[in-house]
Design a protein around this ligand. Structure first.
Ligand SMILES: [Zn+2]
Length: 66
């Protein structure tokens, strides 16, 4: 019985193969690297620049005593 290596699409044997379904350790690393690359590709959404709204200088904040 054999499966196709996800990395190189060659036949990978299951017998004595510690990196099954990959055909070799190298192919396993290749596939792993692919996964990591996709994970690292995070859309740069949170761009909080120029959002200083926490300064106590708004109108009505200084005349508050009776
Ligand atoms: Zn392979």
């Amino acid at each position: 019985m054999s499966a196709k290596c996800p990395a190189c699409k060659k036949a990978a044997s299951k017998d004595g193969n510690k990196v099954y379904p990959f055909c070799s350790e190298r192919c396993q690393l290749v596939d792993l690297g692919k996964w990591l690359n996709e994970e690292y590709r995070v859309p740069g959404e949170a761009d909080e620049s120029g959002g200083g709204s926490e300064q106590g200088q708004g109108p009505g904040s200084s005349s508050n005593r009776e």
